[in-house]
Design a binder for this molecule. Structure first.
Ligand code: SAH
Length: 232
């Protein structure tokens, strides 16, 4: 691309610098053409590792963060995944490159329509884009092996925890609307949980979910029934 020396492989290098080690995740980042998900005037910055505006006050996530979340979700090729916060559709396609089925839910109709168009015809597999309040999950296709939330909420939404399959992982930024948030992982106990030692997480036996705090992050707010109140 004229005027830009950056390319897809730079995003892979940057994800590595952020500590992402899962080769399948790095390969997915190297396959998804991010320039097709950013507004035309930002195309020259598509391979800079940063968030970019996509309209409606929202942003396409930083690729290294998309990679960290995908790694944290511990995806297997046949997994059924729910993404909350489709935005541009970019993150959903990265997840699709790693899993068997991806449904992504977006509360803003205009973004969902753009994401649908951007996601069409990629040869990386279909992604289903639905419109609604993702803090309620998407019961139609539950349960999910992984749920990835791309906006920060005050608490893990109970419907999302309930829609996890045994061994399923919920990856979500948790924290105040504006301020320090942490990427969290909630794993539903079950036979597929590889790290379910007795006393894992906060320890009390019989706890149905193991809670892990992964890394400090900064995300746009999750708006909805189990998120923050909306402004309009
Ligand atoms: N994954 C996106 C990142 C989008 S930013 C990408 O790769 O481009 C987060 C998105 O979450 C925004 O589009 C915002 O509108 C959406 N969002 C916020 N609260 C939501 C909710 N309750 N349900 C669904 N989407 C929500």
């Amino acid at each position: 691309m004229r005027g830009s020396t950056r390319q897809l492989s730079d995003l892979v290098d940057q994800a590595r610098r952020y500590g992402v080690r899962d080769e399948a995740v790095l390969e997915a980042i190297g396959r998804v053409p991010r320039q097709q998900f950013v507004p035309r005037r930002f195309v020259s910055a598509a391979y800079d590792d940063g968030p970019l505006p996509i309209g409606e006050g929202q942003t396409i996530s930083q690729p290294a963060m998309v990679a960290m979340m995908a790694e944290a979700a511990r995806l297997n090729p046949h997994d059924c995944v729910l993404e909350v916060g489709a935005g541009s559709g970019y993150g959903a396609l990265v997840l699709r490159a790693l899993a068997g089925r991806v449904v992504t839910i977006e509360r803003r109709l205009a973004l969902a329509e753009k994401a649908r168009a951007a996601l069409a015809g990629h040869g990386l597999g279909d992604v289903t884009v639905v419109v609604g309040d993702g803090t309620l999950g998407w019961p139609e296709e539950a349960t999910y092996d992984a749920i990835v939330v791309t906006a920060a909420g005050p608490v893990p939404p109970p419907p999302l925890l309930e829609q996890l399959a045994p061994g399923g992982r919920l990856v979500i930024p948790i924290g105040p609307r504006y301020g320090h948030q942490h990427l969290m992982r909630y794993t539903r106990r079950g036979q597929e949980d590889p790290d379910s030692p007795d006393g894992g997480g906060n320890g009390s036996p019989g706890e149905e979910y193991r809670e892990e705090r992964l890394t400090p992050v900064r995300f746009v707010p999750l708006i909805g029934t189990h998120g923050f109140p909306g402004r309009k």
